[in-house]
Design a protein around this ligand. Structure first.
Ligand code: URA
Length: 434
């Protein structure tokens, strides 16, 4: 960009509630990426954007500038429609592990670039890396080759996608500007739209275990994400799903891989299947495949999705024996039961605390550079609304170290609220934004 703007003048404009042009936003982002604008000026811009907001056009300009700061995948040689799914993050959310091979088994290409755990929420990459030998660091050439061969690949951000977002996210983290809907939307979409997609389905979580707990704000985020996708010519749909309870039974990296495989064998828990099939149906609609729901059920129940999962593990160097024999996965030695302290109904589960306790157990990171223990985790055996008697087993803590497991079990028990009356029912899939 050769037009020269004054960063302070752009910041002042936003501070005073005026709209910024594509060129002004583009200038700030590209010069910041090159190191020509200091952190303190971008911090001031972020705070002005946080307080004054960005309209849909400005948010789209910001997303495009961040996306354009790095590499864009070129998957034009892949013949099938390319559709991905992104979740805003939850506890026990292993949907991607099931959905990616399931959708690929229906003839749609799924180029999935995933992240690691963020705060209390788990990350798909960490789950995949509990499979011995599984490579998440494919080069872009290997990624494309695998997509053309089997229609699915799941990797981390090996190519430099949206470096501006990486720098800006680090600043937002320390300037209290993370929870801004336009900033979150631009950040998520700058990475997803660099994947050269035809369609994108977003799982926007609400509830106490979600990144954006309040439903009204989660819906605004969903609408903003969909608008940006549409403005960029990518068919985008957002599904609002509850993260009031952890999803499924297992929480923890290799435990979630096991539950995903059970689901691919047609034996998954109801809530996990409902979310997977809802998102999957939307992905197939975006790819213009009719009769999506029946095809998905058939491919889950008759093994086509499991076969695709096996192919993916094989292509990415993982040990496929884990599918038949879970003892090839890292598994913990001890199990500690968490018992109900009284009789009544489970009124709610503090999923945020469940996510934080997994970190405490060693299954998540306190700092970015921490290594994780893939084997440990929880089984959430009773969910909100269940009637329980005093002494009923609510949950299990699985860990190698018995003392840590007992300490965590005591705190996990406090995450379950038990009352004399049942709670109001919350729909798992609340709304679809198109
Ligand atoms: N995830 C992202 O990628 N960006 C945000 O700003 C928040 C969550």
């Amino acid at each position: 960009m050769n037009i020269h703007f004054n960063p302070a003048a752009i910041i002042r404009k936003k501070r005073d509630g005026e709209r910024l042009s594509a060129k002004e936003i583009g200038y700030l982002i590209s010069e910041y990426t090159k190191g020509n604008i200091p952190d303190y000026q971008i911090s001031a811009f972020l705070m002005a954007a946080y307080l004054q907001g960005l309209d849909p056009e400005e948010t789209t300009h910001l997303m495009r500038s961040m996306m354009g700061s790095g590499a864009m995948l070129d998957l034009s040689r892949v013949k099938a429609p390319r559709v991905d799914k992104h979740s805003t993050g939850g506890v026990g959310d292993k949907v991607s592990l099931i959905l990616a091979p399931l959708i690929a088994s229906c003839g749609v290409c799924v180029p999935m670039i995933s992240g690691r755990g963020l705060g209390h929420t788990g990350g798909t990459l960490d789950k995949l890396e509990s499979i011995p030998g599984f490579r998440t660091d494919l080069t872009s050439t290997e990624f494309e080759r695998q997509l053309r061969k089997i229609g699915v690949a799941m990797i981390g951000q090996t190519v430099e996608i949206a470096p501006a977002d990486k720098k800006i996210y680090a600043l937002r983290d320390v300037t209290a500007t993370v929870d801004s809907i336009p900033l979150i939307a631009a950040s998520i979409m700058s990475k997803k739209l660099a994947e050269d997609l035809n369609g994108l389905v977003l799982d926007v979580k609400f509830g106490n275990g979600a990144f954006m707990p309040e439903y009204r704000r989660a819906k605004q985020l969903a609408q903003t994400l969909v608008q940006i996708g549409r403005r960029s010519g990518v068919k985008t749909v957002a599904v609002l799903t509850s993260m009031c309870d952890p999803l499924g039974v297992n929480v923890g990296n290799s435990l979630e891989v096991i539950e995903a495989i059970e689901c691919l064998k047609g034996r998954g828990p109801e809530d996990l299947i409902e979310v997977t099939l809802t998102l999957g149906t939307e992905m197939l609609k975006v790819a213009r495949i009719r009769a999506g729901a029946e095809l998905l059920r058939e491919n889950l129940e008759e093994g086509a999705a499991l076969h695709k999962f096996r192919e993916m593990i094989e292509c990415q160097g993982g040990n496929t024996r884990i599918i038949e024999d879970y003892s090839h996965l890292p598994l913990p030695e001890h199990t500690t039961d968490v018992l109900a302290r009284k009789t009544g109904f489970i009124y709610g589960i503090d999923s945020f605390s469940v996510g934080m306790l997994l970190i405490e157990l060693g299954g998540g990171r306190k700092r970015k550079e921490d290594s994780i223990d893939a084997s440990c985790g929880f089984k959430i055996l009773k969910k909100t609304g269940a009637r329980v008697k005093k002494g009923t087993c609510l949950s299990q803590v699985l860990a190698d170290d018995r003392a840590t497991a007992q300490h965590v079990a005591h705190r996990l028990e406090q995450a379950f609220s038990i009352k004399d009356r049942p709670p109001r029912h919350t729909k798992l899939v609340r709304e679809i934004v198109k």
